[in-house]
Ligand binder design. Structure first.
Ligand code: TYM
Length: 329
C-alpha cells in the first residue's frame, strides 16, 4: 500500500489540466491506498486573495473535489490551513533550503517573468511549503501533472538533506505518479503552452455546455494540411492531446486519418471535441452546485479530514523536533 499525498491550490475553479493531471489519478488511488488530498490555501496567499474571496475559493474547490469523486470515507480530504503543523515543518525545512536553488526553479523564474512586481518570499519558498505538505505524511507517491515535476524533485532533495543532516533515515523520498507512467501536461486551446488558471485558457469542470462549446470552437487552428501525412502543428496537436484524454480511441483515430489524408474539417473536429468534453464534465458539474450549497456536508467532511490530517502531522512534527534536538525543560 502506498501513502499518497497531493493538493490543488485554491485560486479558482478546477480545469481539465487539474482533472487529468492530478484529480483523476487521486480518485483511482483512493481505493487501494492511504490517501491525503488537500486544498492548498496557504499556497494561494502568494497571489493575495481578499479575505472575502479566500473562503469562497476553498469552498468551491472542496465542492469540486467531492463532485469529481474524491470519497471522504476512503481518503482524508482537508484544508491545508486547518493543519498548522505544516507551517512549522515549512519553517524548519526553510533553514536547509538555499536561496540559489530556489531561485533556479522554473516555476519561480516563470512567476518572476509574468509578475515582476509581486516577487514575494512565499513564491521563492513555494517548493519548501510543498515539500512540507508531502513529507509530513511520509508520502511515497504524489499524483501531479508534468508542471510539478521539478517541485517534486525539490521535495525529494529536502527529505534527503534532512536525513543526511541529522543522520537519521526519517523522511521518505516521494515520487511523482501517473497511471500512464508519463506525467501529463494538458495544453490550452490557445495555440501553445499549458492549460492553467493564470493562463486564462481554462476549460473548467464548472463550465456549462454552452460555455464549453464556445471555448472549443474558438480554439486556435492552422490553414490545414495540404500534403498527405504532413506533420501536425502545435495548435492542432493540442486539440488532439485533449481529444486523447476525453474521446474514444476510435474517434481520435478517425480524425487523425482525416488529417493524414488532408480531408479534415477543423469545425467537425472541434464539435466532436466539445461534445466529448461535455460528456466527461457534465456529471461532475451537476454535483458541484449541490455540494457547494450543502454547508453541513462540507463542514463535516473538512472537520473529519482536518482531524485525521492533524493526527498524522502532529506525530511527524513531534518526531522532527526530537530529531533536531528541541527538548522541553
Ligand atoms: P496547481 O493548483 O497549479 O495544480 C493542481 C494540480 O493540477 C496539475 N495541473 C496540470 N496537470 C496537467 N496539465 C496541466 N495543464 C495542469 N495544470 C495543473 C498540477 O500538476 C497539480 O498536480 N503547487 C501545487 C499545489 C500543491 C501540491 C502540494 C501538489 C501544494 N502542495 C503537494 C502536490 C503535493 C499547485 O500549485 O498545483
Amino acid at each position: 500500500m502506498e501513502r499518497v499525498v497531493s493538493g490543488i491550490r485554491s485560486t479558482g475553479n478546477l480545469h481539465l489540466g487539474n482533472y487529468f493531471g492530478a484529480l483523476k489519478n487521486f480518485i483511482k488511488m483512493q481505493n487501494e491506498n492511504e490517501c491525503f488530498f488537500f486544498i492548498a490555501d496557504y499556497h494561494s496567499l502568494t497571489t493575495h486573495p481578499t479575505p472575502a474571496n479566500l473562503h469562497g475559493n476553498v469552498r468551491q474547490v472542496l465542492a469540486e473535489y467531492l463532485a469529481a469523486g474524491i470519497d471522504p470515507e476512503k481518503a482524508t480530504i482537508y484544508v491545508q490551513s486547518d493543519v498548522p503543523e505544516v507551517a512549522e515543518l515549512y519553517l524548519l525545512l526553510n533553514m536547509n533550503a538555499y536561496v540559489g536553488e530556489l531561485e533556479r526553479t522554473t516555476s519561480f523564474k516563470d512567476k518572476v517573468r509574468k509578475d515582476p512586481n509581486n516577487v514575494n518570499a512565499g513564491l521563492l519558498t513555494y517548493p519548501v511549503l510543498m515539500a512540507a505538505d508531502i513529507i509530513m505524511h511520509h508520502a511515497t507517491k504524489v499524483p501531479v501533472g508534468k508542471d510539478q515535476e521539478q517541485n517534486l524533485e525539490m521535495a525529494r532533495k529536502f527529505a534527503r538533506r534532512f536525513n543526511n543532516m541529522y543522520k537519521h533515515d526519517y523522511f521518505v523520498e516521494p515520487e511523482p505518479f501517473n497511471f500512464g507512467a508519463e506525467l501529463v501536461k494538458v495544453p490550452g486551446l490557445d495555440g501553445s503552452g499549458k492549460m492553467g488558471k493564470s493562463e486564462g485558457n481554462g476549460l473548467f469542470l464548472f463550465d456549462d455546455e454552452k460555455v464549453i462549446r464556445k471555448k472549443v470552437m474558438r480554439a486556435v487552428t492552422d490553414a490545414g494540411p495540404t500534403v498527405p501525412n504532413s506533420p501536425i502543428s502545435e495548435p492542432i496537436q493540442n486539440i488532439f492531446t485533449i481529444m486523447d484524454l476525453v474521446s474514444t480511441p476510435d474517434t481520435v483515430a478517425f480524425f487523425k486519418e482525416k488529417y493524414a489524408s488532408c480531408e479534415i474539417r477543423y469545425g467537425d473536429l472541434k464539435k466532436q471535441l466539445a461534445e466529448d468534453i461535455i460528456t466527461v464534465i457534465n456529471p461532475i458539474r451537476e454535483k458541484i452546485l449541490d455540494n457547494y450549497n450543502n454547508e453541513e456536508y462540507l463542514r463535516k467532511v473538512s472537520r473529519m479530514g482536518a482531524e485525521k490530517a492533524r493526527e498524522s502531522a502532529a506525530k511527524t512534527v513531534r518526531e522532527v523536533r526530537e530529531i533536531i534536538g528541541f527538548k522541553p525543560f
